[in-house]
Design a protein around this ligand. Sequence first.
Ligand code: PLP
Length: 358
Amino acid sequence: MVPTITVEPTKTTSKVEFPDSLGFGKIFTDRMFSQRFCPAKGWYDAKIGPYQQISLDPATTVFHNGQMIFDGTKAYRRKDGDINLFRPELNVERFNLSAQRMGMPEVNPQSHLNAIRELVRLEEQWVPNMEGTALYIRPTMISVEKTLEVRASKEYLHFIILTPVAPYFADGFSPVSVLVSDNYVRAVPGGTGQAKTPGNYAGSIAATEVALKKGYQQVLWLDGVERKYIDEVGAMNIAFVLNGNEIVTPSLTGAILHGVTRKSLLDLAPQLGYPITERRIGIDEIIEGLSSGTVTEIFGMGTGAVIAPVGQLSYKNQAILVRDGKPGPIATRLYKELTSLQRGLTEDTNNWTQIIKI
Ligand SMILES: Cc1ncc(COP(=O)(O)O)c(C=O)c1O
């Protein structure tokens, strides 16, 4: 049975005024969803109430064993004023995949989705409508039992917060630069790489700092075993265009995230006439292909940036410009097609969007 959500009275912002620069995850809406878990009751106390601080004992498990997961999807303002969610059921599926991997209880997919829909509906005035903007939805689950024992916590808190966001990269749809990390690795098959758990991100920060200091925006990760094959970029999956038409993207090895944008492009690209294949892709194949001209575009894919063309790639101290640092035609077309679908500007023949009527 799907539990009902209690809606608590909340003092709301009388008129939402967005700052000139929204950034990514800087301001938050008035309300949040939360529910708790314990073995005797399962999930209980599902409610939408005021956005507020969480008070936890210093010995709470999440601070020590890091049992925690999160996810990210967006609500888009449609031209008619209603709101679109884009394949949110895939994010719910991934949330539960992450929960399984981290030894945490799964949520009821329908009640998680209802919580997202109801929260977004109540906070609808926070959905911006400027080009490239959206209301980012951040479901999170943390372990909250008070113990230092390294085992699954018995108690959990699941919450959802919302933040109006600009495009993930400040310049919007413009090429990003990536540094291939040949020193650090992010994940190995059998590890936690395909779970959206903060440890993966914490482990990437030192490498990201190195990249930023060298003038690159993101790290491109190689596989953690042979350090020969391409896994993914910091917060995106990655794809390569070969000979101006065929797209290849690394297969899901257990070490990379099951991206919703990646999955959508696997479905959408062939509909637009671009064959797309999932396979292992060697970094050497890409470096050679860039110099011979067979690799004609590189782009990242993720909810934050949607499609981010890669304009420069650095590997073993060799910096290589991709398409002279300019976006390629296929990345540009895919960006337009996906963003138009998300905002309800083109017909959704795949039934990917869910409308929240305002
Ligand atoms: C490590 C990583 N890979 C890939 C992605 C892209 O996934 P999605 O398209 O579902 O946003 C993300 C973003 O969530 C990510 O953090």
